[in-house]
Structures are given as C-alpha cells and as structure tokens.
Design a protein. Structure first.
Length: 206
C-alpha cells in the first residue's frame, strides 16, 4: 500500500499545487491515521482567486458517494509577503494550515457540550488545533505554533485584531499540557465506539 494522501484531490490542478504539503503530512502520520482521514471523504481544493466556481469537473455526476467536506486553501494566503517582500509562510506552516482544516472535520466538538454558538465557534478552533498537535506532537505541534505566531506577528489583510487575540489564546492552549487530553471530539469518539462494537462482536479467531 502506498502511503500517500492523493485521495484528497479530485482535480489535477489542486493536486499539482498542494501535494507538496500533503506528502509531508502523509510521511508524518501513521497508516492508521491516514485511513481515518480517508474515511471522512475530504476534498482539497486550491483556490486561486477571491471568488470562483467549484465546478462539476471535480465531482462528476457518476461519483458514487457525494463529497462531504471541501477544504479550500487560498493561494493568496500561501504566498503572502512581508514588508521586505519575502514569503511569510514556509512549507511546514502551510502543512499545519491544511492539518488544522482537516482537524475541523476529524475532531469536531460536541454541540451539546457548548450550546452557546459563540463559545462553540471558539471551541471548534481549539479542537482543530488539538487534532494537529495530537496527530504527531513532536512534529505538528511546532508547525502549528509557527503558523499562529506568524499570523499574529505579521500584517495579514484579512486577519482582524479580534482574531489575533483569539490566536494568542490558542497558542497558550497548545503550549499547556493540561488541556491536552480534554478535547475529545469525533475522532476519539468514533474510535471508542469502534472499540465498544468490537467487544460486542469479537472477530472469530478459531
Ligand atoms: Zn479553524
């Protein structure tokens, strides 16, 4: 079995621009983790203009299962430059960005836990960040910390002051280990459900 994440792409254009990042993700994840992501039916799209059509060529009508989640990565963010005309983000920052978006699908908080929608939106970000960190704490944690630091410390047109303040809180949460195991979202939930089911119906080994 090839260890890659090409299943995320439905068009060659997006693949040609974004596979450099997903290749790094696939190297740093275990096969089991990649298979979990594969089950979630995520499509990764490279978006190159502020407004555009996501056409049917990506999702032909004969596709058996409809697309469930589309993650669109904006070219204008990837290639943002600072005042010295140098790229702000390096490859591993964009890896963290893609992993964070995958985290929104894989590790969503339970709405029942956070009935207040404003609080839910905040928690969503913590859970997605925690997915990035816990997927490979030695590697991805540094990537996401770097991404957030650069987003806070640079003039990025569409990041508001409020968002920067929220990012500072997210950085603190990433750094503190006490929150580490608290963020149990869908991925852990489904794993536990699977375990419970296997207990009920153990595989016949005889
Ligand atoms: Zn997010």
């Amino acid at each position: 079995m090839t260890k890659n994440m090409n299943f995320l792409f439905k068009d060659d254009y997006s693949k040609s621009f974004l596979s450099q990042y997903t290749e790094i993700i696939s190297i740093k994840l275990k096969v089991k983790q990649i298979n979990e992501i594969k089950k979630s039916n995520i499509t990764l799209i490279y978006s190159s203009s502020p407004a555009e059509v996501i056409s049917n060529f990506c999702f032909p009508r004969n596709t058996k299962k409809n697309y469930e989640h589309i993650i669109s990565i904006d070219k204008n963010f990837i290639y943002l430059k600072n005042n010295d005309n140098k790229l702000i983000f390096k490859t591993t920052d964009i890896v963290a960005l893609i992993m964070h978006e995958i985290g929104h699908v894989m590790n969503e908080p339970d709405t029942l836990l956070f009935p207040d929608s404003k609080e839910y939106l905040k928690q969503k970000e913590y859970y997605a960040d925690d997915f990035v960190r816990s997927s490979n704490p030695l590697v991805f944690k540094n990537y996401i910390v770097s991404l957030h630091n650069k987003t806070i410390n640079n003039d990025i047109p569409y990041i508001s002051k409020e968002q920067k303040e929220e990012l500072i809180i997210r950085l603190k949460k990433l750094e503190s280990n006490e929150n580490y195991l608290n963020l149990i979202g869908h991925i852990k939930l489904t794993n536990n459900l699977r375990k419970a089911r296997n207990k009920k119906h153990p595989k016949n080994n005889s």
